[in-house]
Design a protein around this ligand. Structure first.
Ligand code: NAD
Length: 350
């Protein structure tokens, strides 16, 4: 039996990871999630129907509560994903990003350290704290080059700065206290169950409602796209074979400009729901995001050579499947769209 704590388990990547961990026989998975706007009750219900899964509604910033949870679950691995994650929201209101991403990571590290310090030697060696971060901590690339594990940190947004702070804490807890921490920095994820403020689901749902498809600036900013299931597999491999103190960059090897992504979404919808075609007529260029990084790209050769991980999902096929998922799961996204976020512009304060 393996026991896991997954913070942020009701969110996009956390829930994909929980599904993967539950596919192992006799795994016990405890999702710690405060159920912010970004969490999803349908996602949680799907997970809760599986044996071995449990949700605890708690705030990762609460160090006493996190300590109590980790002590009672006795995990082999803590995967720390809970975070505020939307760059535009971090521009409008950075406070939650600093408290959840920085203080929340401090609380999880302390909770894990308290538990880990009292373990017998063998269990101590096997325990892992996997801290999930982003390539955005490295700042922006020009037209050439890739981020790697040795790229200096140079974050541009309150979101990426708060994630950078959390990465430094995670590394420091490994160096200072010996806590077996592994850090991942990965590129833009896509796939089912992503909150519709992020580029791909926002474009799909706006298009279906005949709303404008807002493209920031000239749409030439480049992102590398990684399927969420490939990412979850990478995180599990890091927990199983990652070396404490090491960082692994995870990327999908699929660089696209934002405008290419939007056109690709439109092309797929033209075929799937032709009644409002051509959807590309809805594209509208809007004022750029303040501090918008130009390009992110990942050199994922370390995780390939050291852990044998490479992405499996072809981007075009993965995008089609993702759009099909949104088309067939209105019950998942409709309440979010009606109650929490209907597609309005965020993050224009500079
Ligand atoms: P998400 O916004 O979909 O989910 C975040 C989850 O954390 C939500 O379920 C939310 O309720 C929970 N949460 C937020 N604050 C909390 C708190 N104080 N206490 C407990 N739970 C809280 O995010 P995601 O896209 O799944 O990202 C997960 C992690 O991966 C984050 O750490 C993010 O920085 C990182 N990451 C994401 C991407 C991406 O493309 N989505 C890329 C690289 C790294």
């Amino acid at each position: 039996m393996k026991r896991y704590v997954v913070t942020g388990g009701a969110g996009f990547i956390g829930s994909a990871l929980c599904h993967l961990l539950l596919s192992e026989s006799d795994a016990e998975v405890v999702a710690v999630d405060r159920m912010t706007y970004a969490a999803n009750q349908v996602t949680l219900d799907e997970l809760s129907s599986q044996a071995g899964f449990r949700h605890i509604d708690a705030d990762v910033r609460d160090v006493a509560r996190m300590t109590e949870i980790v002590q009672s679950v006795k995990p082999d691995v803590v995967f720390h994903l809970a975070a505020e994650t939307h760059v535009d929201r971090s521009i409008d209101g950075p406070a939650e990003f600093v408290t959840t991403n920085v203080v929340g990571t401090y609380a999880m590290l302390e909770a894990a350290r308290t538990y880990w310090s009292d373990l017998p030697d063998e269990a101590k060696q096997h325990f892992r704290f996997v801290h999930i971060s982003t390539d955005e901590v490295f700042g922006s690339l020009g037209a050439e080059g890739h981020f790697s594990e040795t790229t200096p940190y140079d974050p541009s947004s309150p979101y990426s700065a708060s994630k950078a702070g959390s990465d430094h804490l995670a590394r420091a807890w490994q160096r200072t206290y010996g806590l077996p921490v592994v850090v991942s920095n990965c590129s833009n994820n896509y796939g089912p169950r992503q909150f519709p403020e992020k580029l791909i689901p926002l474009m799909v749902l706006n298009a279906l409602e005949g709303k404008a498809l807002p493209v920031y600036g000239t749409g030439t900013n480049v992102r590398d796209w990684l399927h969420v299931e490939d990412h979850a597999r990478a995180l599990k491999m890091m927990a199983e074979h990652g070396v404490p103190g090491e960082v692994y960059c995870v990327g999908g090897g699929s660089e696209r400009t934002n405008l290419q992504i939007v056109h690709e979404v439109c092309r797929i919808l033209d075929a799937r729901r032709p009644e409002n075609a051509p959807y590309a007529d809805l594209i509208e260029f809007v004022t750029d995001r303040p501090g918008h990084d130009f390009r992110y790209a990942i050199d994922a050769s370390k995780i390939d050579t050291k852990l044998g991980w490479t992405p499996r999902q072809d981007f075009e096929a993965g995008l089609e499947e993702t759009i099909d998922w949104y088309l067939t799961h209105e019950a998942w996204w409709r309440p979010l769209r009606d109650k929490h976020y209907s597609g309005e512009r965020l993050g224009v304060k500079a």
